[in-house]
Every structure is written in C-alpha cells, then in structure tokens.
Design a protein around this ligand. Sequence first.
Ligand code: TXA
Ligand code: MG
Length: 348
Amino acid sequence: MLTSVLKINPDNFTGEELEEACNILRNGGLVAFPTETVYGLGGDALNPAASSKIYEAKGRPSDNPLIVHIADMAGLYDVAHGITDNGQKLAKAFWPGPLTMIFKKKDIVPLSTTGGLSTVAVRMPGHAVARELIRRSGIYIAAPSANISGRPSPTKAEHVIEDLSGRIDMVIDGGSVGIGIESTIVDVSSEETVILRPGYITKDMIKQVTGSVSTDPAVDGKVLTAPKAPGMKYRHYAPKGQLFIIEGTAGMVVCKINSLVYEKEKEGYKTAVIATDETKDKYQCGIVKSLGPARCENSIAASLYNILREMDYLDVQYIYSESFGDDILGGAVMNRLLKAASYNIIRV
Ligand code: TXA
Ligand code: MG
C-alpha cells in the first residue's frame, strides 16, 4: 500500500483539503492525523473492519480498546449512555481538549472497537485539523496513537511515517503537536471518578470540577492487579536500548550517572543521558540530550517521545535518565518514563 502524505497548516486551512482523507475514512481506510496530544491513527469507529485494520497496522493486541473521537456533544450521546453528572461536568470543563472519558457504550459501538468491553473511551480533541476531520467525514474516528505498538507515541508526522508507511492510506502532516504525551483517561462510567492514565489534565484540575477523584492503583506500576485501562499493562513507549531512571538528590544523581556512563563506555557500549538544560553540562561522556528547562513542564512533556526515538536513531544501548517529580504535569511525564524504563530505577 502506498501511504500518501497531506501537508496542512493547522492555523490556515479551509477544510476542503481534507476531502480525500474523509473519503478514505468513510470507505473504511486508515488516516493518521495530528491531535493536540499525539498523532492518532484514525479509522471509522463504528465499522468493525476498520478497527481490525487499525489493530493490524499497529501490531496491537486486540484486547486493547480504542478511543472514539467526536467533534461535538451530540457525538457523545450517540456512542454512550448513562452519562454521569461528573462526565457531563468534566466535558464542560475540558472538552474539546486532552481528556478521554470512559462511559457505558451503546450497541452501535462494535466490541472490536472497545476490545470486548461494555464501556467506551470517548475524547473530543481540541486540535483544529482533528476536529474538522471528524466533522467533515461525518463519522466517529477510532484512533489509538499512530505508532507501532510498544514504540513511543508520535509527536510529529515523521514519526508516523517511520512506523506506519506502507501500512496505512494517508498521513496528515500538521507539524509538531503541542502537548506531546497522550490524553488523561478518567473513568466516569460509575459514580466514582477514577484516573486510569495521567496526562495534561491533572488530578487537581479534575478534583476542582468533581470534588473527589482517585487514581487506579495500577497506574504507578506498584501493584500487580490488572489496570482498568488495558493498554497500561503493556510495555510502552520503549526505546530499543536499556533505559534506567536514577533517583535521588540532584548532585548524587549527576555523580551516579557519570560513573554509570563511564563504566559502560569503557566496556564499549554506546550510552546516553537524558538531562535538563540546568544539568546537561555536568555530564562528561556519552551522548547528552536535554528535555528543556527543568521548570518548563510543557517543554519536558513535548520533548520526551522525540528524545526516546532519537535514542533509537543513534543506536544507543544504555540510556540513563534523571527523574522528574509528580509536579511535572501531575506525574504524567514520570509515568511515561517509568513505563519506557520498565520500572528500572536506580536509587542513590
Ligand atoms: O491522546 C490520546 O489519547 C491519543 C490521541 C490520538 O487521541 N490516543 C491514545 O490512544 O493515546 P491509545 O490507544 O494509544 O491509548 C488508549 C488507552 C489504552 O491504554 C486503552 O487501554 C485505554 O485507552 N482504553 C480505551 N478504551 C478503554 C475502556 N473502555 N476502558 C478502559 N480503558 C480504555
Ligand atoms: Mg498508544
């Protein structure tokens, strides 16, 4: 299959440019498109053949459900029922935007889209191109992140092309995304509101709207129960090299990483360090990559997947990363980094 690439400027387009993409989607084909979080791999959410194609293109396990993307509130009532008060309030506060909510599904949503679950994940993205694509195509778009399963999510069209060229019909290139990590997922299918995946919309922001909210204990990987978001159990976001996170006071972390890198380089391995602007000059050997200024949480989130992919381009075998606190996007960055590192933490 030949994958066509459509370049579009999200700040200056009429919508007509998307006509071919809409036709592909309406006919059961696959189109990758930018959202404000990461690029999504879109197909018709109500067409079981299209969702099967998504799983196949990504190499994704079929029990890992897809998010249904809608353009307006009417879409929510088409695909979900029993919309809770908290669901409504959160939609009002954060949609369109980087929040996915789990509701009870209506029968029109095929089980192939929800991985066999009786619930459905719904998101109204804020990105202008994503919204226009949904609106103009007249369908609801099932879209997981547009990467090969297990690789870092794509934050630019080049990442999508790298992973999925030849496997999908089209990539809409709208440049780099704004946020760079996936949406927050919150289960509002019952009265208790539970975060299943941390993201740009933090626990505090949700709590301000709903009054109370808990986090699925499986999110931080410390318990062995099955996570409620099936995708969270798979190794994710992983670079090819072995990634370790070094935790401790700033000075100790730098010292430890320097000695680890020195050892590995001496043994002949290609090594790299993931640091911040403040610390990057303190590392003496290995490849050093900065995620940006430590206090600029948006820049750290936006650079993470890009840098993990760079590690692969450079064939790095050992990667040592500084750790990031719960204050960086409510722990969302650390959550992704921990998963990329398969929870390999070195404490100093
Ligand atoms: O930011 C995002 O959410 C991006 C963009 C493209 O919208 N999409 C995305 O999709 O990250 P994906 O498929 O990579 O992650 C979806 C997550 C998976 O962990 C999946 O298990 C969970 O959502 N999920 C989907 N439906 C669910 C459901 N009914 N119940 C619980 N978790 C669900
Ligand atoms: Mg994903």
